[in-house]
Ligand binder design. Structure first.
Ligand SMILES: CC(C)(COP(=O)(O)OP(=O)(O)OC[C@H]1O[C@@H](n2cnc3c(N)ncnc32)[C@H](O)[C@@H]1OP(=O)(O)O)[C@@H](O)C(=O)NCCC(=O)NCCS
Length: 204
């Protein structure tokens, strides 16, 4: 039976690979050729958006980490974004300034209200998709949000990511806005989706 647990430092590399899966097209454009290394570092630095405190992993019954979700309360976003930029400057140095327009666009995409919970990334290992693991991670976040006293979850998804959009719709999310983002001259369209958590969810 698979289990969901808080991520640990020893999960950093596998989680970095999973996070990269959530933005295969745009994350390398933002972070450059060392994208996986940079994601791995962010996962290890306290206070960043990707720090392990914000990550839960799904272990398969053979104890392999095969899924991960990055999620946090909206009220922490500004603090997390600031620490993330600071850490990226330490990692990337002046290269950050060359890429800064991309970063700020992405961070502004993540604007979330204080009374919302934000799912930043969710991914399941390709070999384990279609077994309900993605849904399990999403429902886990609903419980986290309710435990934190938050009754709405928001997320952004690329309009080309049909599998993810179908999953979110099936779980009751609805699209509320779209946003165009240009990264290194390439156009990306993100759909903001949200779900109001209902009392019956609290019982499940
Ligand atoms: C999105 C993702 C996390 C779903 O994980 P998963 O473990 O396959 O999810 P589930 O098994 O719970 O799938 C549930 C639903 O997703 C949708 N779905 C999954 N694969 C699909 C496919 N190939 N075609 C259409 N819909 C699909 C369906 O609605 C499915 O419900 P169903 O099984 O009742 O038909 C996974 O596809 C993934 O890791 N994708 C790459 C990373 C990513 O894009 N993340 C989202 C952006 S942050």
């Amino acid at each position: 039976m698979e289990t969901i647990r808080k991520a640990e430092l020893s999960d950093a590399d596998i989680v970095a690979s999973l996070v990269l899966e959530t933005g295969q097209r745009f994350l390398p454009l933002i972070f450059g050729p060392h994208v996986k290394l940079i994601l791995g570092k962010l996962i290890r630095v306290p206070g960043t958006i990707l720090y392990i405190d914000n990550i839960y992993v799904l272990e398969s019954d053979e104890r392999r980490v095969v899924g991960a979700v990055v999620a946090f309360p909206g009220k922490t976003v500004k603090r997390l974004a600031f620490k993330t930029l600071l850490t990226l400057f330490r990692i990337m140095g002046v290269e950050l300034f060359k890429r800064l327009p991309n970063m700020t666009l992405i961070l502004s995409r993540n604007k979330v209200r204080n009374d919302e919970f934000y799912i930043s990334n969710i991914a399941v290992d390709k070999a384990y998709r279609g077994r309900g693991f993605g849904s399990k991670l999403m429902k886990f976040v609903e419980r986290l949000a309710l435990n934190a006293g938050v009754k709405k979850i928001t997320l952004d998804v690329e309009n080309t990511n049909i599998n993810a959009i179908e999953l979110y719709k099936k779980l009751g999310y609805r699209g509320v806005a779209t946003k165009r983002v240009y990264i290194r001259g390439q156009k990306f369209v993100f759909i903001r989706m949200e779900k109001e958590l209902k009392p019956e969810v609290e019982k499940t």
